[in-house]
Design a protein. Structure first.
Length: 262
């Protein structure tokens, strides 16, 4: 494998001179490393790559700018960081960006670094996860400039979002048929949904040594299923601004919660 490092500032991913050593990363042969700058992709597919977003600070974090891009590749923000601290990165989406690979954030309790990733959706855009997003001691946020104003900037989860320790915040509408999972762990996870959540999704809280929580802001519609199997721990559902709760049922640790703005 050849490690190719982005040094093109703000430029096109497909320009060979933006990479060191010279050449665009090749599927199955290269790793792409971004420590700063903005790499732009438009109307293309990224196949068989490992893309490392290794920003040293929030202010200088690298940005993947995706305009109608399909990623059949892995994004990694984990491992040893010289000098310690957190890996930072951002993915900007225009149109539709899909991810069918694995996005790995943070290194858990190992010797590696935690991670901080923001997915920023431009107006009328969607990020579609059909693979897996895995977090361990990581911050993760999906945001849009239209938060609270539009319902066509959306995070679609048709795969798995799996968190062991972290604070994932979805400040956009969430749809799909996939799962949000906090497996049994000694690390606290606090899910936070700031916009509407569709009916065919499942949020699973599985506290072991630490209870887990999910926070639902109002006024929204939260129609997903919440499963609680925390081995006796007091997992928490926070409804800080609830105006009305309807059609909620609970049986065998499965909570079907429908929250509607009054």
């Amino acid at each position: 494998m050849v490690a190719r490092t982005w040094f093109g500032g703000t430029g096109q991913w497909n320009k060979a001179s933006n990479w060191d050593p010279f050449g665009v990363p090749v599927s199955g042969q290269d790793n792409a490393i971004l420590t700063s700058g903005t790499a732009k992709l438009h109307n293309q597919t990224l196949n068989g790559l490992t893309i490392q977003l290794n920003g040293q600070t929030k202010a200088t974090e690298p940005v993947l700018k995706l305009h109608d891009v399909a990623m059949v590749s892995n994004v990694q923000m984990s491992g040893i960081k010289p000098g310690g601290g957190t890996f930072f990165g951002e993915i900007d989406v225009k149109g539709i960006a899909t991810s069918a690979g694995n996005i790995v954030l943070g290194s858990g309790r190992g010797p590696g670094a935690p991670a901080d990733l923001t997915i920023h959706l431009e107006k009328h855009s969607a990020f579609v996860n059909t693979g897996q997003i895995s977090m361990s001691l990581a911050n993760f946020k999906v945001e849009t400039p239209d938060a609270g104003k539009a319902d066509d900037d959306v995070f679609v989860n048709n795969g798995v979002v799996r968190v062991q320790g972290g604070a994932p915040f979805f400040d956009v509408p969430v749809t799909g048929t996939g799962s949000f999972i906090s497996p049994p762990s000694g690390l606290f996870t606090g899910w936070h949904f700031g916009q509407a959540v569709g009916p065919d999704l499942t949020v699973t809280l599985g506290g072991l040594q630490q209870p887990q929580s999910v926070t639902v802001d109002e006024p929204i519609k939260f129609l997903a299923e919440i499963d609680l199997f925390g081995l006796g721990l007091p997992n928490t559902i926070n409804l800080p601004n609830t105006q009305a709760v309807t059609r909620d049922t609970f049986a065998d640790d499965h909570l079907k919660l429908s929250i509607m703005a009054s």
